[in-house]
Design a protein around this ligand. Structure first.
Ligand code: NAD
Ligand code: DAU
Length: 354
């Protein structure tokens, strides 16, 4: 495959995937299509924006005609689909936007791929990036999510992602569209929008602001460094079996309150504060509605069949992450002030394409 469409490449995980593919595969043409919602930030890609094998297209994946035009113009033969509304709290307030982008946007891409590739599925692949949240919630004594776990989404976000997964399988089963789905656990690392737990708390500790812990802080999440997710995507895109699902996770479960204390300790260390000094910022707040108790991914299939495993230990990943946010305060400040949204016009002018 040579011409790869990456959707949502200006977002958190998408930017790690775009960077990895642009740098590792100079022979590929990488086309990044992104609507630049509040979560899309082209400053995430400054280091590769001038690469000869990279093109950015500002567009909504729900706009079917534009998507087809991109397939035709760039002769797309592989899709890495990451574009989505991704924040659970926002989905509780505005489920329609989630259904539109996550369900209809995915359908628009599937239909474009089907129409464009119909004549020849050889060497084509539609790779859909999804989440472990589609499996629902585990109790503390339950075994990890496997690829066979039944779907049981609870939030509007996870319901929309589950629906998109079903559409991808339906296109594979009905039309033979070559597709792979992966379901990954919670990601952390550089370039994550500071509405999500880890960057929000790093930023708040830096600014001596309250740290809003939902409920009792007892919910459990399974954390993976975003670049390790991107590496897994690279391996699966090239070696995964068409029609298969792979779980991606680092066997790294943390109770929120314990994770928060590690973040506090690490930020305090870097800022030269006394150890644990910022624990006074912890503020217990009303729980998230329908808050899933525990996610935990069994990624043995990926390890056994394709040899992937995380490259970073969690402590190392958290150190790197905290250091990155503290050393890139301008990035954080541009995001919190909204200045990052001006970058598209600054760099691309009025043109939609480089
Ligand atoms: P993100 O919110 O940081 O980025 C999403 C990107 O999609 C943004 O650049 C945004 O502008 C773009 N986008 C949104 N709506 C669009 C539309 N209609 N058309 C075109 N572009 C649009 O998300 P993320 O955390 O990087 O997640 C990326 C993907 O990975 C999502 O599909 C998400 O469900 C999945 N995922 C995320 C995690 C996680 O922990 N963040 C874990 C597992 C799976
Ligand atoms: O599991 C994968 C999912 O992980 C992805 O599919 C989602 O796109 C991604 O946003 C993430 O979902 P979560 O809801 O788990 O992530 P979030 O960072 O919002 O919250 C992590 C945990 O921390 C969760 O139990 C809620 C809690 N939390 C979150 C925030 C923002 C707090 O206690 N306080 C907060 O302010």
């Amino acid at each position: 495959m040579k011409n790869i469409l990456i959707t949502g490449g200006a977002g958190f995980i998408g930017s790690h995937v775009v960077r990895l593919f642009v740098n590792k595969y100079p022979e590929y043409k990488i086309v990044n299509i992104d609507k630049l919602t509040y979560a899309g930030n082209l400053e995430n890609l400054k280091d590769i924006e001038n690469a000869p094998n990279y093109t950015f297209v500002k567009a909504d994946i729900c706009d079917f005609e534009t998507v087809v035009a991109v397939f035709v113009k760039h002769n797309i033969d592989g899709v890495l689909h990451l574009a989505a509304e991704s924040h659970v709290d926002r989905s509780i307030k505005d489920p329609f936007t989630f259904a539109k982008t996550n369900v209809l946007g995915t359908l628009s891409l599937l239909q474009a791929a089907k129409e464009r590739w119909k004549e020849n599925y050889n060497e084509k692949l539609f790779y859909h990036i999804s989440t472990d949240e589609v499996y629902g919630a585990l109790q503390f004594d339950e075994t990890l999510f496997t690829e066979e776990t039944k779907y049981n989404p609870h939030s509007p976000y996870s319901a929309s992602k589950a629906s998109s997964d079903h559409f991808v399988r339906a296109f594979h089963d009905t039309y033979g569209l070559p597709a792979i789905i992966t379901n990954c656990s919670n990601n952390y690392g550089p370039y994550q929008f500071p509405e999500k737990l880890i960057p929000l708390f790093i930023n708040n500790i830096r600014n001596n602001k309250p740290l809003p812990v939902y409920g009792k802080g007892e919910n459990v999440r399974d954390w993976l460094y975003a670049l390790d997710h991107a590496r897994a995507i690279d391996i699966i895109f090239h070696k995964g079996k068409v029609g298969e699902t792979y779980n991606i996770g680092g066997f790294n479960e943390w109770k929120n309150i314990d994770l928060i204390k590690v973040i506090i300790k690490t930020v305090d260390k870097f800022l030269g504060r006394n150890e644990g000094e910022s624990e006074k910022l912890i503020t217990y707040v009303t729980d998230r509605a329908g808050h899933d108790l525990r996610y935990a991914i069994d990624s043995s299939k990926l390890k056994n069949e394709l040899g992937w495993q995380p490259s970073l230990q969690f402590e190392e990943g958290i150190e790197k992450t905290v250091k990155w946010y503290l050393e890139n305060q301008q990035w954080l400040d541009n995001v919190t002030s909204g200045a990052y949204q001006e970058y598209y016009e600054e760099y691309y002018g009025q043109k939609d394409e480089k």
